[in-house]
Design a protein around this ligand. Sequence first.
Ligand code: SF4
Ligand code: ZN
Length: 350
Amino acid sequence: MSGRSTESIRPLSSATCELCHIRKPSLRRPKTGQKICQPCFFHVFETEIHNTITSANLFFRGERVAIGASGGKDSTVLAHVLKVLNERYDYGVGFVLLSIDEGIKGYRDDSLKTVKRNKDQYAMPLEIVSYKELYDDWSMDDIVAQIGNRNNCTYCGVFRRQALDRGAQKLGIKHVVTGHNADDMAETVLMNLLRGDTARLDRCTEIVTQSTDSPVKRSKPLKYAYEKEIVLYAHYKKLDYFSTECVYSPEAFRGTARALIKNLETVRPSAIIDIIRSGETFTLERKRGTVATKLGTCERCGYISSNRICKACVLLEGLNAGRAAVQVNGSEYEPHEGAALHKRLEHLSF
Ligand code: SF4
Ligand code: ZN
């Protein structure tokens, strides 16, 4: 459990809840500062997610949707709330838990145990796809052992994206929902702004995304849910989730953006939502004459790709070449392979 929520759990002096005006308040709502009771907190938290879903027409009756489930707080709260809302408002959606096993000892092996319990708690089918089975027997632990502790998240991100697609396709599902929350989204807006990446800045606040090289659409029903409120909700509902961070720390730039968001939130709680709203309303000047991406299939794995070889196969090529060098030379990683791979990666946009 994160310590970030403790100030919100402190007993409050106001006489009655600012929403129902009946019960005693038991928390200060992080998003608005209102002193409210627990039932009202559950109600506003769930209703806001329901409003996000309905105003974006995220689901249709009879649709089967995969929940990208990591066992962490965000995806566990997402699965729980979607189950509640599906029953309360009769969405008529069939939810399935879809987990990716990156092969990270001390992290993913334990969090997958949580997802397996969630499968029974939420009565949802569970599908697990692993990097090892998809990517020439490479786990993230193997990858980090070869490339070191830098750029590991780049590999992991490319592989996870394709793994989620492949898992969904295996299930005959075309829609994956993920647990990205408002803090994550504000962080991404800031990062794209600071990097001058206007193409991504343009897209990163969209609730539904479908890239040209993926047959599966993604959506983020928690895009307006504050991380602090997700933690509070999981705490009060006593949800079973796994709270340890990945043993391979995220890239420094994202960590810095995250710290900046947290600092801004302490002086101005609405900063998170304000950054998202700014991102949503930016009008970006588009370059003329942009060539439409031509879609094809990867020559190696046959997966949909806008390049001759898909991103995952480019990365695999470098890894396999390194593994061959290790096998030939005993223990040495072939440096040229790294340089050549880097050159090829520069031509790809992640
Ligand atoms: Fe993968 Fe990086 Fe996330 Fe760990 S922190 S799961 S290596 S993307
Ligand atoms: Zn109340």
